[in-house]
Structure formats: C-alpha cells, structure tokens
Write a protein that binds this ligand. Structure first.
Ligand SMILES: *Cc1c(COP(=O)(O)O)cnc(C)c1O
Length: 406
C-alpha cells in the first residue's frame, strides 16, 4: 500500500471510556461514526466502539448504517447484540432510503412531514413499529422541526401512526465551543419547551439527546455556575439529565471528534472537561517513492514557488491533495508550509503539493531510503496543525483523508 491509515484501538476504546466516565453512568454516549468514522475507517472503528460498550452509533444515511451493520457482523458481533444505529441526516425522504432503514434496523432522525410520510409507508409492512427520533430545531435553522404549529402537526401524525414509535427527541446546538454562549442558552430553553410539548401530548420517548464533543468539553460546572441563572449552575450535563428525568426518558450525548482524540478549543472556559483526557487515534502514513538530489538554485514543483538555496536532498512521496493532503500545506522560500515525519524527524514540505505527489526536504535526515515509512499525520503532526495551515477545522482535515486502514 502506498498510503494508508493506522488506528490505535487502545486509544479509541480509552477515549470512549474516558468520555463515558465524565458524562456519568446515568448518561449514555452515542459514538458518531459518520463520514467513514471521520476518515478513520468504519471497518476498524465501529467494532472497537461496540466492544468498548457503545450502545448507540451515529451515521449519516442508510447506506452508511448498512455498512456498519455488515462490518459488525464480519467482526463476529451478532445482530441481536449490535448497538442501535441512529441515521442523523433526514435522508428518509429520498428514494429507497426508508426501505433500507427498516431492512437494516436503523433508527432514523425525523425532521420533516415528508420524511415521516415515507417512513410511515415503509414501516406499514414491518412486523414491529419503527422507532424514530424527532429532531427539534431550537435555533440553528439547519435540520429539525420548529416549535409551534409545525411540531403539533407532527406529533399528531406520529400519534396517529401505529407503525411508528417516538423513541427519542433530540436537538443540535450550534455554538457549543463557546462558554456561556447566549445562543446555547436560548436553544436550551427552546428545547425544554419542545420536550414539554411532546410529553404533554402523552408521548413517552425513551431517549433525550443533544450536543457534540464540545458540549461535553464545555461542561464547566463551576464556571457556568458563576452566572446568575440557576439553570447554568448545574452544568450542561446535569441540565440534560434533569430534563430527561422529568420526561421519563434517558439522557444521551453524541460525540464524534473527541472520540478520535481531537477537540476544538473552548472559547472562554477555564477548565475544559475532557480536553486533556483524550488521545489521537489515527496515524496516516506513506512511503518514500524516490530520492532526488537538487542542485543549488533549481526550482522545485509547480510554478517554481521554491528555489533551492543550497544543494538539497528531497524525498518524493506518493501523496497529494487528491489523497487529502491539503494544498495549503505547500511552501515557498518566504512562507514555510507543512511537514512530515521521517525517522522521527521533521521533513518540511517543499514547493507546491501536487495531486498525487509531494516533495519533502530530507537534507538534514541521514540514511533515508526509497520505501522508508513516512508519517503524514500523527506522531508529531496533528490534525490541528494541518487545520491551522489550511484555515479550517480538524474535522475537515480528518474526514478529507482518502486512505484505507492497513
Ligand atoms: C456530527 C454530529 C455530532 C458529533 O459532533 P462532534 O463535534 O464531532 O462531537 C453530534 N450530533 C450530530 C447531529 C452530528 O451531526
């Protein structure tokens, strides 16, 4: 293999355990494995998380859910003991998606009447009612049913559908990486209202869930407690637990990024709750394809953005932006770019990254040979480093990696 990823099963399982411990035994952790487990590969990650005790996995659509089912089966986990799988994008309105959801025993997130109608039809012939999770739009204006008439119409339709069962209510917060976020405070109040509306209608969901990795990391009880509001004194996780308790449901939080060992910095928080507890899971590797000695003053790469300032030895790598190695990591003589690790030492990226080729400087690293292993990410280079250079977030770096697990 010319380019591949390696997964630390130990770190992934330990991250799951560490986050589970912080959210307390009462709250369930849904492990998000969408986007091919954030570029880490569903095939290694889903079985590791299931074995670590994940009761719920989160995917984007039915195709991904079906893939998780078969990967778990191949790993020797029988269907009866597999985690529940939440399909988080409202794709059930697309052709065949509703059938695939039922066929693979997936749990869809529902957020439109159209989608509900498709699921109702597909579930009519199934032997058991289809559990669904209702997403409430509490202020992100992305996906979800808004409060008011819309929600009531929705609840009426669910109550009148014997083949559907309201198993969960959820919302997504838009601003969790900001401590004391006013937007989150408003979203929490809207969600409380939505849950009250659902329970007043006589519906009894099993699960109430919110959040993402930063929501958990931002659960700074003492710091939030300095606010005047009583709600904030309890911290975000206790707020969720109390809300679920009042509705007779179980609290759950969803996490992806932190499971893989990364987190955004929390703006304004003095004590992030899980930041120091998780470790990166992924190493992304390739091999030296060729070694080139470049005389002084020669130009390197497209448009000659780099001119050798002394006789240089470059290693050519069979990886480029088509593989997810961001082109923003390219360098010029005036502006350093990214780097890779060879023999435990930094080798700076020289000139422009091409589609499938990249040159790195190994002048200072002795005895590099063709075929030697090269680390693109992990071991001295973090997804955060790439994100900074590429002016983006670690999420986009990780799920942009196009390589198969070894
Ligand atoms: C992706 C996703 C998450 C996980 O977010 P992280 O920030 O990676 O923890 C949680 N909930 C929903 C609805 C998502 O789409």
């Amino acid at each position: 293999m010319k380019i591949w990823t390696e997964i630390s099963a130990e770190h992934l399982a330990a991250n799951f355990a560490a986050i589970s411990a912080v959210i307390t035994a009462e709250t369930t952790l849904l492990a998000v494995v969408k986007a091919n487990a954030y570029g880490h590969g569903i095939s290694p990650c889903a079985p590791i998380l299931a074995s670590a005790g994940a009761q719920w996995l989160g995917v984007t659509d039915a195709t991904e859910g079906a893939r998780v089912r078969s990967v778990l089966r191949e790993a020797g986990i029988p269907d009866a003991t597999q985690p529940d799988i939440l399909v988080m994008s409202a794709t059930a309105a697309l052709p065949h998606e509703a059938e695939a959801i039922i066929h693979n025993r997936l749990t869809p997130v529902v957020s439109s009447l159209n989608q509900l109608a498709h699921l109702r039809e597909a579930a009519a012939s199934a032997s058991e009612p289809l559990p669904i999770h209702l997403e409430i739009d509490t202020g992100m204006s992305r996906q979800g049913i808004s409060l008011g008439d819309n929600l009531n119409a929705f609840l009426n339709l669910i109550a009148a559908s014997p083949h559907l069962r309201l198993s969960g209510i959820m919302t997504h917060f838009a601003d969790t990486e900001v401590a004391h976020s006013v937007q989150t405070a408003f979203q929490r109040i809207a969600f409380e209202q939505a849950v009250a509306t659902v329970t007043a209608r006589g519906l009894r969901p099993d699960w109430i869930h919110v959040g993402n990795s930063s929501y958990i990391d931002n659960d700074d009880r003492e710091s939030n407690g300095t606010s005047e509001s009583n709600e904030n004194k309890e911290g975000w996780l206790l707020w969720l637990a109390a809300l679920a308790h009042r509705a007779g449901a179980r609290p759950m939080v969803r996490s992806g990024l932190a499971l893989y060992g990364h987190l955004l910095p929390i703006e304004g928080a003095s004590r992030p709750a899980i930041h120091s507890l998780v470790r990166p899971v992924l190493t992304w590797k390739t091999r030296v394809l060729a070694i080139n000695d470049v005389p002084n003053c020669h130009l390197v790469g497209y448009n000659g953005t780099w001119r050798a300032t002394h006789p240089m030895r470059l290693a050519l790598l069979p990886a480029g932006y088509a593989d997810g190695l961001r082109r923003e990591l390219s360098s010029t003589n005036d502006r350093p770019g990214g780097w890779v690790m060879i023999h435990g030492q930094r080798a700076p990226i020289i000139g422009r990254i091409s589609m499938n080729l990249t040159s790195v400087d190994i002048t200072a690293i002795p005895n590099v040979a063709e075929g030697d292993e090269v680390t693109l990410l992990g071991e001295g280079i973090s997804a955060e480093d790439h994100a900074r250079l590429a002016h983006t977030i670690p999420y986009e770096i990780l799920c942009g990696i196009r390589a198969s697990p070894k």
